[in-house]
Design a protein around this ligand. Structure first.
Ligand code: DQA
Length: 139
Protein backbone atom coordinates (compact mmCIF):
# COMPACT_ATOMS: atom_id res chain seq x y z
CA UNK A 1 0.00 0.00 0.00
CA UNK A 2 1.35 3.43 -0.94
CA UNK A 3 1.69 5.95 1.85
CA UNK A 4 1.41 9.68 1.32
CA UNK A 5 1.95 12.19 4.10
CA UNK A 6 -0.11 15.38 3.90
CA UNK A 7 1.35 18.23 5.95
CA UNK A 8 -0.42 21.52 6.60
CA UNK A 9 1.39 24.47 8.12
CA UNK A 10 0.32 27.52 10.10
CA UNK A 11 -3.27 28.73 10.21
CA UNK A 12 -4.49 25.86 8.05
CA UNK A 13 -6.13 24.33 11.13
CA UNK A 14 -8.67 27.15 10.67
CA UNK A 15 -9.73 26.10 7.17
CA UNK A 16 -13.47 26.54 6.86
CA UNK A 17 -13.44 29.53 9.17
CA UNK A 18 -10.38 31.43 8.00
CA UNK A 19 -11.02 33.96 5.19
CA UNK A 20 -13.65 31.77 3.47
CA UNK A 21 -13.58 34.04 0.41
CA UNK A 22 -9.98 32.97 -0.17
CA UNK A 23 -9.80 29.46 1.30
CA UNK A 24 -13.40 28.22 1.11
CA UNK A 25 -15.79 27.18 3.84
CA UNK A 26 -14.87 23.52 4.24
CA UNK A 27 -12.74 22.18 7.06
CA UNK A 28 -9.71 20.13 6.12
CA UNK A 29 -10.87 17.22 8.27
CA UNK A 30 -14.08 17.05 6.23
CA UNK A 31 -12.16 17.19 2.95
CA UNK A 32 -9.71 14.56 4.19
CA UNK A 33 -12.55 12.06 4.65
CA UNK A 34 -13.48 12.57 0.99
CA UNK A 35 -9.85 12.12 -0.07
CA UNK A 36 -9.52 8.92 1.96
CA UNK A 37 -12.63 7.42 0.40
CA UNK A 38 -11.44 8.42 -3.07
CA UNK A 39 -8.11 6.63 -2.52
CA UNK A 40 -8.95 3.51 -0.52
CA UNK A 41 -5.69 1.86 -1.59
CA UNK A 42 -3.50 4.73 -0.42
CA UNK A 43 -2.65 5.38 3.19
CA UNK A 44 -3.14 9.14 3.58
CA UNK A 45 -1.54 10.35 6.81
CA UNK A 46 -2.28 13.88 7.94
CA UNK A 47 -0.36 16.27 10.16
CA UNK A 48 -0.92 19.95 10.89
CA UNK A 49 1.15 22.30 12.98
CA UNK A 50 1.52 26.02 13.45
CA UNK A 51 5.18 25.56 14.44
CA UNK A 52 8.02 25.46 11.95
CA UNK A 53 10.17 23.00 13.93
CA UNK A 54 7.26 20.57 14.25
CA UNK A 55 6.79 20.63 10.48
CA UNK A 56 10.50 19.85 10.07
CA UNK A 57 10.24 16.98 12.57
CA UNK A 58 7.30 15.58 10.60
CA UNK A 59 9.26 15.75 7.33
CA UNK A 60 12.17 13.94 9.02
CA UNK A 61 9.98 11.22 10.48
CA UNK A 62 8.03 10.41 7.28
CA UNK A 63 10.58 11.46 4.69
CA UNK A 64 12.45 8.15 4.43
CA UNK A 65 9.43 5.86 4.51
CA UNK A 66 6.51 7.63 2.81
CA UNK A 67 6.06 7.41 -0.95
CA UNK A 68 5.45 11.11 -1.13
CA UNK A 69 4.76 14.30 0.80
CA UNK A 70 2.03 16.83 0.02
CA UNK A 71 3.06 20.03 1.77
CA UNK A 72 1.08 23.21 2.22
CA UNK A 73 3.56 25.13 4.34
CA UNK A 74 1.26 28.17 4.59
CA UNK A 75 3.18 31.37 5.22
CA UNK A 76 6.41 29.42 5.96
CA UNK A 77 6.45 28.76 2.21
CA UNK A 78 7.66 32.30 1.73
CA UNK A 79 10.20 32.44 4.55
CA UNK A 80 11.61 29.08 5.56
CA UNK A 81 15.10 28.02 4.51
CA UNK A 82 14.82 25.35 7.22
CA UNK A 83 11.84 23.72 5.49
CA UNK A 84 13.70 23.84 2.18
CA UNK A 85 16.66 22.08 3.80
CA UNK A 86 14.41 19.47 5.46
CA UNK A 87 12.79 18.61 2.12
CA UNK A 88 16.21 18.27 0.52
CA UNK A 89 17.43 16.09 3.39
CA UNK A 90 14.86 13.32 2.88
CA UNK A 91 14.29 10.91 0.03
CA UNK A 92 10.50 11.14 -0.40
CA UNK A 93 9.41 13.43 -3.23
CA UNK A 94 7.33 16.41 -2.14
CA UNK A 95 4.68 18.43 -3.92
CA UNK A 96 4.18 22.01 -2.76
CA UNK A 97 0.49 22.87 -2.58
CA UNK A 98 -1.50 26.06 -2.15
CA UNK A 99 -5.24 26.41 -2.01
CA UNK A 100 -5.19 29.94 -3.41
CA UNK A 101 -3.33 31.12 -6.49
CA UNK A 102 -0.51 32.84 -4.64
CA UNK A 103 0.58 34.60 -7.85
CA UNK A 104 -2.68 36.52 -8.00
CA UNK A 105 -2.18 37.77 -4.46
CA UNK A 106 0.22 40.07 -2.60
CA UNK A 107 3.76 40.21 -3.94
CA UNK A 108 5.24 38.69 -0.79
CA UNK A 109 3.41 35.46 -1.67
CA UNK A 110 4.97 35.25 -5.12
CA UNK A 111 8.24 33.79 -3.93
CA UNK A 112 8.55 30.34 -2.44
CA UNK A 113 11.55 29.21 -0.43
CA UNK A 114 10.55 25.58 -0.85
CA UNK A 115 9.64 25.13 -4.55
CA UNK A 116 13.20 24.31 -5.56
CA UNK A 117 13.26 21.46 -3.05
CA UNK A 118 9.97 20.00 -4.33
CA UNK A 119 9.16 17.78 -7.27
CA UNK A 120 6.50 20.25 -8.37
CA UNK A 121 4.04 22.92 -7.32
CA UNK A 122 0.23 23.02 -7.52
CA UNK A 123 -1.65 26.15 -6.54
CA UNK A 124 -4.93 27.89 -7.10
CA UNK A 125 -7.39 25.01 -7.36
CA UNK A 126 -8.90 25.32 -3.91
CA UNK A 127 -8.83 22.15 -1.83
CA UNK A 128 -8.66 20.19 -5.08
CA UNK A 129 -4.98 21.23 -5.18
CA UNK A 130 -4.32 18.43 -2.65
CA UNK A 131 -5.98 15.80 -4.85
CA UNK A 132 -4.00 16.98 -7.87
CA UNK A 133 -0.80 16.67 -5.82
CA UNK A 134 -1.72 13.11 -4.82
CA UNK A 135 -2.41 12.27 -8.46
CA UNK A 136 1.02 13.64 -9.38
CA UNK A 137 2.73 11.55 -6.70
CA UNK A 138 0.88 8.38 -7.72
CA UNK A 139 1.51 8.86 -11.44
C1 DQA B 1 -1.51 29.27 1.31
C2 DQA B 1 -0.96 30.57 0.70
C3 DQA B 1 0.02 31.23 1.64
O1 DQA B 1 0.51 32.43 1.07
C4 DQA B 1 -0.65 31.56 2.95
O2 DQA B 1 0.27 32.11 3.85
C5 DQA B 1 -1.37 30.41 3.55
C6 DQA B 1 -2.12 29.51 2.67
C7 DQA B 1 -2.58 28.63 0.41
O3 DQA B 1 -2.87 27.46 0.63
O4 DQA B 1 -3.15 29.29 -0.47
O5 DQA B 1 -1.41 30.23 4.75
O6 DQA B 1 -0.44 28.35 1.42
Amino acid sequence: MKRIQIINGPNLNLLGRREPGVYGSRSFEDYLQELRSRYPDVQLDYYQSNHEGDLIDCIHSCGFSADGIVLNAGAYTHTSVALHDALRAVSAPAVEVHISNVHQREEFRHHSMISAACRGVICGFGLDSYRLAIEALLA
